[in-house]
Design a protein around this ligand. Sequence first.
Ligand code: API
Length: 271
Amino acid sequence: MHGLGNDYLYFDLREPIATAVDWAALSRQICDRHFGVGADGIILIGEMPGVDATMRIFNADGSESEMCGNGLRALAKWLYDRGLAGSKQVIATGAGNLEPEVVETQAGRATLIRVNMGHPSFDAANLGGSPLIEDLLIGEDYSLVCSAVSMGNPHLVVFGPLWDDDRLYRLGPVLERHPRFPDRINVHTVEITGKNQLAMRHWERGAGPTLACGTGVAGATALAVRLDRVTSPVTVEVPGGQIMAEWNGPGTPVYLTGPAEEVFEGFFPWP
Ligand SMILES: N[C@H](CCC[C@H](N)C(=O)O)C(=O)O
């Protein structure tokens, strides 16, 4: 399934599995776009009393992340379409229990999902000591004004004209692995295109360039609202399409409303 082209292979683990699987290695093997199926990562669907499902996400490089906004919407769709979701969905993630809501359907299948993404944290400690805005030194003689925010997973935002491919592919990996961020970081170039509009491109931690990053959209929107650069609700243009983000200030969660699509279903021969 994918959310705005941010694609993952989902494993329905609600059945006990005989063998222990090295999910990190399996993610690397599956996500290889030439020798595997190709995807931005894999998502494991589990079960736990009191929630509709649990969700674990592994990036294409095998690293595990705390949260995935596009993945959460797709999982909410998967549960809804199969009649597995309670009236009020609850999905346990690395960033806590979140409650996606199906807001539009077509022929009984979910097409648009609104998700409470939790509260943004501008807490520097969570982001390798990076304050809200910082002149980040890169190499010997080059610095970049960046902002950092956590949505359970860490995001670095560079406001200004949208980067072209050259800049994204050059700066993305350098910033992803900047020593300032011990757990690495997702990187986003964000252009303010209107009072309620942003345009973004992404270099994701553990996946590189993706067509959309839900937690990145949520975090960048909260930063832009916090820095008084846009007013909520915000329409965000990402390479994979459009998504709506809402944040009404400190003490409130960020909401994302966006599509999710199922591309195919199959059975995986356990290694
Ligand atoms: N690469 C991210 C995880 C995927 C997040 C993204 N695809 C989303 O939709 O939120 C990380 O390592 O934190």
